[in-house]
Design a protein around this ligand. Structure first.
Ligand code: FE2
Ligand code: FE2
Length: 199
């Protein structure tokens, strides 16, 4: 299968390097989601008719539900303390996605193409963000058994500028997400841009 790269907020993510969680069943499903979405986009760009677009949209939506249900069952079984908020994130996305799907079905062909492309954009952005932050946080609860989790080499990847400042007991300056045993995410430039103005 060809190498999978994903455009995410102007950056190129490498699926193997950046998005794999180290749990084969979950990684395979995430990869399939990206490939289904990319396939739908290629189909639209290749001049798919209304029926073909509708079938792709339904296929994608069905697999999204299958995947989210799969994750939820595992996290329920493994007693994830963050289960409710994780499920809420899934439901919010499913609701937004269902609204777009309904629009595809009641629109003319040209408009349906535009909405399906929007579905693609929304899915890619949500999926990348969700995998990197929410799924990653629940990683240890998404394996059928502890042996299924592969450890990963530590990675660091920065684009733009980051300021990580240790000063007395002040800790790290910046907007942090998911600072846990798996690592941490720092959001920038917004907090740094603000700091630049005041300094
Ligand atoms: Fe997921
Ligand atoms: Fe998830």
């Amino acid at each position: 299968m060809s190498h999978l790269t994903i455009d995410y907020g102007g950056a190129k993510l490498d699926f193997d390097q950046d998005l794999k969680l180290g749990i084969s069943s979950i990684d395979q499903q995430h990869e399939k989601l990206f490939r289904l979405a990319t396939g739908m986009l290629e189909q639209i760009q290749g001049g798919a008719n209304q029926t073909e677009i509708e079938v792709s949209v339904l296929e994608l939506e069905a697999f999204v539900s299958e995947h989210l249900g799969f994750e939820e069952a595992l996290m329920r079984k493994n007693k994830n303390p963050n289960l409710n908020s994780h499920i809420l994130a899934h439901r919010r996305f499913q609701k937004d996605s269902a609204i777009l799907r309904e629009k595809v079905f009641v629109s003319d062909h040209l408009k349906a193409c535009q909405i399906a492309q929007k579905m693609f954009d929304v899915l890619i952005e949500w999926l990348c963000n969700h995998i990197l932050v929410v799924d990653r946080k629940s990683r240890r609860y998404m394996a059928s058994n502890p042996d299924e989790i592969n450890s990963r080499a530590p990675r660091i990847r920065l684009e733009g500028r980051a300021l990580i400042e240790f000063s007395g007991k002040k800790g790290i300056t910046g907007l942090l997400h998911d600072a846990g045993e798996q690592g941490l995410f720092i959001d920038f430039p917004p907090p740094l841009a603000k700091m630049d103005k005041s300094s």
